[in-house]
Design a binder for this molecule. Structure first.
Ligand code: GH3
Ligand code: MG
Ligand code: MG
Length: 332
C-alpha cells in the first residue's frame, strides 16, 4: 500500500520571540508543509466520495468541500493542506479560478494542484496548466494513476520542506554568532538602526550598551584559548538571561558585546547597565573546572541625547576602562 510520508521536517531554526521584525512570518506554526493532508473540492457528491474513499485508504488527512468558495476559504487557514485536488466546474469559483487565485497569492509555501475533471480536450489541459495547475487527470480515473500522481505532488512538497528547513538554518547562521549563539555584529547593528528609527518615530528613547570583558587576554594567556572560549560563552549566557526579553544582545566582536535596550529612558539604561555588570561580577565563572572571577566594563548611550549611539557608547566604555574597569559609564 502506498504510504504518504508523514515525516515532518524538523522545526526550522527560527529565532526567538524577540526577533519578529526581521523574519517573514512562518505560514504555519512549524513552518513546514504537511505532505499527508489533501484538499478535495468537487461539487459532484458521488465523484467526491469515491475520491475520498481512496484518500482514506491511502492514509491521507482529508479536507473535503463541494464548491470553489469553500475551497478558497479552507486554503486561507494556516494549516491548510498543500496538496490540492480540484474539480473544474464548481459553484463559487471554478477549479481554474482557484488555480489563478492560489498562484496570485505568491505565498512562501507552494501548494501542489491537481485538476481532476471530466474535461478531456487538449486545450482544457493547456488552459489548466497555464492557470497554475501542476497536473491534470481526467475522470473516470484509475485509482493507481491518481495515487501515483499524488505521490509526485507529495515528493515535490517534501522537497520544498527540505529547502525551507535549509533556508531557515542558513538564515540562522547568517545572523548568529557561532561561539555564543548570540546575534552577530551585522544582525545587532541592524536591530540597533531599526530601534533608533522607531524611537525617533514614536518620540521614545532607547539605549545602547557596549560591554567589554576586562583583562580578557590574560584568561587566554593563563588558561588557554579553550578556557577563553568557555568564558565568552558563559558571559554571553549571563547577559542574555539578565536583559528584558524584548531587548537584543549581540556579540560585537572578540570579547565585546552590544545590548540594544528598546523603549528605555536614561534611568532604565543606567539600571540595565548596572544589572548586567553585576551579573558578571557577582559570582565567578566556572571554566574548565576552575572558578574564574571575571568583570566587564560598560559604556552606555541614549538615543535622545545623540545621533551617534555607537561612538558615544564606545567613548563611555573607554572612560570606564580608564577609570578602573568593572564599572558603568554613561555617555551624554
Ligand atoms: P581590556 O580590559 O583593556 O579590555 O583588556 P583585554 O585583555 O580584555 O583586551 P585586549 O583587546 O587586549 O584583548 C582581547 C583578547 O580577546 C585578545 C583576543 O585574543 C581575545 N579574543 C578575541 N576573540 C576571542 C575568541 O573568540 N576566543 C578567545 N578565546 N579569545 C578571543
Ligand atoms: Mg576589547
Ligand atoms: Mg577586554
Amino acid at each position: 500500500m502506498f504510504l504518504f510520508s508523514t515525516h515532518d521536517a524538523e522545526e526550522l531554526l527560527l529565532p526567538s520571540a524577540a526577533e519578529p521584525a526581521i523574519m517573514e512570518a512562518a505560514e504555519d506554526p512549524k513552518g513546514t508543509i504537511r505532505t499527508d493532508s489533501v484538499l478535495i473540492a468537487d461539487d459532484d457528491p458521488i465523484s467526491r466520495s469515491i475520491v475520498e474513499s481512496h484518500f482514506r485508504k491511502w492514509g491521507l488527512n482529508i479536507t473535503s468541500v463541494s464548491d470553489g468558495l469553500s475551497a478558497w476559504n479552507e486554503l486561507q487557514k494556516p494549516d491548510a493542506p498543500s496538496l490540492i485536488v480540484l474539480d473544474w466546474m464548481m459553484p463559487g469559483f471554478t477549479g481554474i479560478d482557484l488555480c489563478r487565485k492560489i498562484r496570485a497569492r505568491r505565498t512562501k509555501r507552494y501548494p501542489y494542484i491537481l485538476l481532476l475533471t471530466s474535461r478531456d480536450a487538449k486545450q482544457d489541459l493547456v488552459q489548466a496548466l497555464d492557470a497554475g495547475a501542476d497536473d491534470y487527470l481526467t475522470k473516470p480515473f484509475h485509482a493507481s494513476e491518481l495515487q501515483s500522481r499524488l505521490k509526485v505532488g507529495s515528493r515535490i512538497l517534501q522537497l520544498q520542506n527540505d529547502l525551507l528547513k535549509k533556508e531557515g538554518q542558513l538564515r540562522h547562521e547568517a545572523m548568529h554568532d557561532r561561539l555564543t549563539g548570540l546575534w552577530n555584529r551585522g544582525a545587532i547593528l541592524d536591530f540597533m538602526n531599526r530601534e533608533i528609527m522607531r524611537a525617533a518615530r514614536t518620540r521614545n528613547s532607547m539605549g545602547l550598551l557596549l560591554l567589554d570583558i576586562d583583562h580578557f587576554k590574560s584568561i587566554n594567556d593563563t588558561y588557554g584559548h579553550q578556557a577563553g572560549d568557555e568564558a565568552l560563552q558563559q558571559v554571553a549566557e549571563r547577559l542574555a538571561k539578565t536583559v528584558r526579553n524584548y531587548d537584543w544582545v549581540g556579540r560585537y566582536g572578540g570579547e565585546e558585546f552590544v545590548v540594544v535596550l528598546c523603549n528605555s529612558n536614561a534611568d532604565v539604561v543606567a539600571n540595565c547597565a548596572e544589572r548586567l555588570r553585576e551579573s558578571i561580577a557577582l559570582a565567578p565563572l566556572r571554566v574548565c573546572g576552575m572558578d574564574l572571577p571575571v568583570t566587564v566594563s560598560v559604556g552606555a548611550s541614549i538615543s535622545t541625547s545623540t545621533d551617534n549611539l555607537l561612538q558615544t557608547a564606545d567613548a563611555a566604555l573607554y572612560r570606564a576602562k580608564a577609570l578602573g574597569r568593572n564599572r558603568v559609564e554613561i555617555g551624554w
